[in-house]
Ligand binder design. Structure first.
Ligand SMILES: Nc1ncnc2c1ncn2[C@@H]1O[C@H](COP(=O)(O)OP(=O)(O)OP(=O)(O)O)[C@@H](O)[C@H]1O
Length: 443
């Protein structure tokens, strides 16, 4: 019997979740923590922080320094194509450098010890206070609500992160590579991944990222203990039972590539030459996050909102020229974003339009609504009980504000973002202006 690709995907996902759950559970039962070894450092897996379709996020502790990190483990069962998809996320983390956007400390691509494809590990700073969805859940349990000003400050931080994406300035000469369809995104990730992992870009060595900030990151992230392997280590299957055997390649030798092939090498050289040639001038290349929701905004120790999960991020403006492009965009949105936060134009993509960064403005409207009333405007039971589906409610922008003590200014801000027609929605600058005005009125 042949299974549909979607069913196959779901089965694969279940299989990997079971494996990872077993890994986490066995370490509890054996009273012995699972361990991961990367670049000669051993990390103790303390607990699971969260999970997605093909990924688990663990709290890990560096055995040497005692420092704790969040380790995102992305399973790539089909090999290189999945790795490229995962590396798009790494690439996005490195592209946007902003106080309200999560920073990546390191990444590694390793062989899956169980033999099914590869695993991509992302090391991220640990946010112990959890995300905005956790805070919403706590409100529900405690029958409490965010104070309006605190809520608007969290929302403002989120908007500032989004503004950094919508206003992204790319160096001229590096933004011509197509990055607006899924096929092209994969290719782009493949190219940039190679550039980063294979030694030098523009005549200078590249290890983690592109600018001076990365020196700081090098200090933050534990460095390899001198096992003399230049950052490439292999820990065979014969190592201790609780240690996950890995082949790590986060810092390969110069010229070494994760993917083989002369064609790839010459592409890397072309990319490097092109980077050398660029003049330092920049041009506006807006990016959209495409999966904004409370669960993707962490809360830092100082209370700042930190945007994360860039797995769906892409160039914002996508011209839809024919039906197959429209269906592709619809499929991508269905796979990579959450229905109750998804913009109406992504439910039924029309031919002849350009999808743009206004999809994020809609999701911001849903996010602010959820902060205020503890659920998305399109996931309350009434809508479905009345017979309408979420999709219909979204496409008609059909929702109601529950009774609350929140100001009219807050309600107006939400309503401005939740316009079915993207052209009627404010841009991120206007949203920030309205948010700041609303905060000022409360002071
Ligand atoms: N740096 C971090 N610090 C603390 N917890 C984290 C961190 N990163 C992720 N988490 C937790 O792990 C969960 C899943 O993370 P993330 O959203 O990156 O995974 P995902 O597989 O892309 O999930 P989704 O399917 O929701 O998109 C988060 O909701 C959060 O609770």
């Amino acid at each position: 019997m042949s299974l549909t690709p979607q069913l196959n995907h779901t089965l694969e996902s279940l299989k990997f979740q079971l494996k990872d759950a077993f890994w986490a559970l066995s370490s509890c039962i054996c009273q012995e923590s699972a361990k991961v070894k990367i670049n000669g450092r051993t990390f103790k897996v303390v607990k699971v922080l969260g999970e997605g379709g093909f990924s688990f996020v663990y709290l890990v502790q560096d055995e040497h320094s005692g420092r704790q990190f969040a380790l995102k483990k992305i399973r790539c069962p089909s090999g290189n194509e999945d790795v490229r998809q995962a590396m798009r996320e790494v690439e996005a983390y490195r592209r946007f450098k902003h106080p309200n956007i999560i920073r990546i400390l390191d990444s590694a691509v390793v062989q899956d010890p169980s033999g099914d494809g590869q695993i991509v590990y992302l090391f991220l700073p640990l946010y112990k206070r959890g995300n905005l969805q956790d805070a919403i859940n706590a409100n529900l349990i405690n029958r409490s609500q965010f104070p309006e000003k605190e809520m608007l400050l969290l929302f403002k931080g989120t908007c500032e992160a989004v503004r950094a994406m919508h206003d992204y300035q790319a160096p001229i000469g590096t933004s011509t590579d197509p990055f607006s369809s899924r096929q092209n995104q994969s290719q782009h990730a493949k190219n940039t991944n190679h550039r980063r992992l294979s030694g030098e870009v523009g005549g200078r060595p590249v290890t983690h990222g592109e600018d001076d900030e990365d020196d700081e990151e090098d200090e933050l992230f534990p460095q390899p203990e001198g096992d003399g392997d230049g950052g490439y280590s292999y820990h065979g299957a014969g190592s201790s039972r609780s240690t996950v055997p890995l082949v790590t390649k986060s810092r390969p030798d110069e010229g070494e590539t994760i993917y083989d092939g002369d064609e790839e090498l010459s592409r890397i050289q072309r990319d490097a030459a092109r980077d050398n040639a660029h003049t330092g001038e920049t041009e506006l290349v807006p990016y959209a996050h495409r999966d904004l929701k409370p669960g993707n905004v962490m809360i830092a120790d100082n209370g700042a909102a930190i945007l994360m999960d860039f797995g769906s991020c892409m160039k914002a403006r996508v011209k839809i020229e024919n039906r197959s492009q429209a269906l592709l965009q619809q499929d991508i949105a269905a796979e990579q974003s959450t229905m109750a936060y998804r913009a109406p134009e992504l439910f039924d993509v029309k031919t002849g339009v350009t999808i743009d960064e206004k999809v994020d403005i809609w999701s911001l409207g849903c996010t602010l609504f959820a902060l205020a009333y503890s659920h998305s405007p399109f996931e309350n039971t009434q809508t479905t009980e009345q017979g309408g589906s979420i999709a219909m409610a979204v496409m008609n922008a059909q929702y109601k504000h529950p009774n609350s003590a929140y100001s009219q200014g807050l309600k107006d801000l939400i309503d401005a973002m939740l316009k079915a027609d993207p052209q009627q929605r404010p841009d991120i600058h206007k949203v920030l202006e309205m948010t700041e005005n609303a905060i000022r009125r409360l002071s």
